[in-house]
Design a protein around this ligand. Sequence first.
Ligand SMILES: [Fe+2]
Length: 266
Amino acid sequence: MSRILHLSDLHFGTVDARLVDPLVDLAHRLKPDLCVVSGDLTQRARADQFRAARAFLDRLPAPVLLVPGNHDMPLHNLPLRLLAPLARYRRAFGPLTEPQATLPDAVVQGLNTANPLVWKSGRLRRASIRRLERTFSEAPTGHWRVAVMHHAPVPAADGTPADIADPAGTLAALARAGAEIVLSGHTHMPHMGLADTAAGVLFLQVGTALSTRLKTGSNDLALLSLSPGVVRVESWLSPPGARGFEPGPARTYRRLDGVWNEVDKA
Ligand SMILES: [Fe+2]
């Protein structure tokens, strides 16, 4: 049974410094097999912000799989944004923007949805879809197929429409590729659930783990526990004024014959 710690939207540059040590401590207590960061490591893609993000990731207890978000491309340096939007990201974290991780019961594929040509919304490129199809087709039977992408192709918790080009086409491409779980961020609002048109894909969004740019009043993260046919998702929240994270809602989903259903609420 693998455990994945899902963090997102760290936004180094606008981090609540009081939460950094408690988050590192919690991560060690939860003993994940993999840490996932679904984009927006920095606030403005500055070199010092990437260095701070890198120093934070180095303190986490397990291997880290991360993908870029829209904030990880320079906003005001247009030549850099257009010619090498992820140069600083790569300098901090290495060359791969679509890394892959294999756990004993899951294959996790990162996807880069950052789009330098627009202000903040995302795009899933054809090459990324092909990579996902290849990864998942080669994954052993019975392994969970997990995709990680900053922008989700489903609405946010408050109903805000998906902030990605062609959400319906993206959703269909993920389902066709065999994605069973998709981990995202970007909205700064935690949200779990299924898309109406893709009952086989469970969408799990977390808000911001560390940033002061809150939409829900709390920082949050999630721990996924994978077992055969079942995934349990435990939220951890840091409400206003708190100096650490406390357990939030937990949900359990079962996938049977290619369809997800929620088992219980706690
Ligand atoms: Fe974002």
